[in-house]
Design a protein. Structure first.
Length: 281
């Protein structure tokens, strides 16, 4: 009979028979080891329950603000099938690699970025991969990419609660997440899904950011609620979360993103989120 066979029966289990049994060690961590030439002090996930709410826009805005505040910043573009971060910062591959790993590419302001688009011969080619392969790529962005010394790494995740968010939560030492939402009331249900997933994975939720909150009339300055009245305050109160920003539709910021000049922008509407991120740094 195999060693420790008595462990199959609770009545026959003794201290002596269970000595050395793997089950005595308790649950094993699923976290992956960071590349040996990298140091990352804080990992922040940026999530959304649904697509189209401007999650990458918020991620990039937070990264630029933290960089402008003097921190060493990186962005892991974990939205493998819909990468947009390199385009926003004017970066094109291929990324440079050695036997030690693949180097994250730096934007003009020093933000280090890794995305699947920086590894493909044709950045417009679709990534038609199944979930496990996508999850494996995200893990490699942590284990095989040389990030250098970072104060904070933002992980721009795909929408929903599927393979990639689960992989990030299990494989990376995530210090907290920010949930990005939009004004529609339907979003309240979606936000709850993202919140409860983080709660189940024991990941702190730092707060909520609402994008597309309003547009300002260029003539009179009146706020126009193009996507309906905001419901973020009610949703945040229901989950006991702070609202860390309400972002208007700003054509100038959209233009900078399209031109690959997002590193030159300033987003004054995320000051509360930046204050929250600076805590403990």
């Amino acid at each position: 009979m195999p060693e420790n066979s008595k462990c199959s029966s609770a009545s026959g289990c003794t201290k002596e028979s269970c000595e050395g049994c793997p089950s005595q060690a308790g649950p094993q961590s699923m976290q992956e080891e960071l590349n040996g030439q990298s140091s990352v002090k804080k990992v922040i996930g940026v999530v959304s329950g649904k697509g189209g709410v401007g999650k990458s826009f918020v991620t990039a805005s937070l990264a630029v603000a933290m960089r402008n505040a003097g921190f060493e910043v990186g962005i892991m573009d974990a939205d493998i099938t819909g990468p947009s971060i390199p385009k926003m910062f004017g970066l094109h591959g291929p990324a440079y690699g050695t036997d030690a790993g693949m180097y994250a590419m730096a934007a003009e302001n020093g933000i280090k970025i890794m995305s699947i688009n920086l590894l493909m011969d044709d950045e417009e080619a679709p990534v038609i991969w199944r979930g496990p392969v996508i999850g494996g790529a995200v893990k490699q962005f942590w284990t095989d990419v040389i990030w250098g010394d970072l104060d904070i790494l933002f992980v721009d995740m795909p929408p929903g609660t599927g393979d990639v968010p689960l992989t990030v939560f299990q494989s990376l030492p995530v210090d907290g997440i920010l949930i990005v939402t939009s004004p529609q009331e339907l979003v309240r249900l979606i936000v709850k899904k993202a919140y409860h997933m983080a709660e189940m994975m024991h990941i702190p939720v730092l707060g909520m950011v609402e994008n597309f909150s309003y547009a300002k009339c260029p003539d009179c300055g009146k706020e126009l609620h193009l996507f309906g009245e905001s419901h973020i305050e009610e949703a945040a109160a229901e989950l006991s979360l702070p609202v860390l920003g309400r972002l208007p539709i700003d054509p100038a910021l959209a233009k900078a993103a399209d031109a690959g000049r997002f590193h030159e922008t300033e987003n004054p509407y995320l000051s509360a989120a930046i204050d929250a991120l600076k805590q403990g740094m």
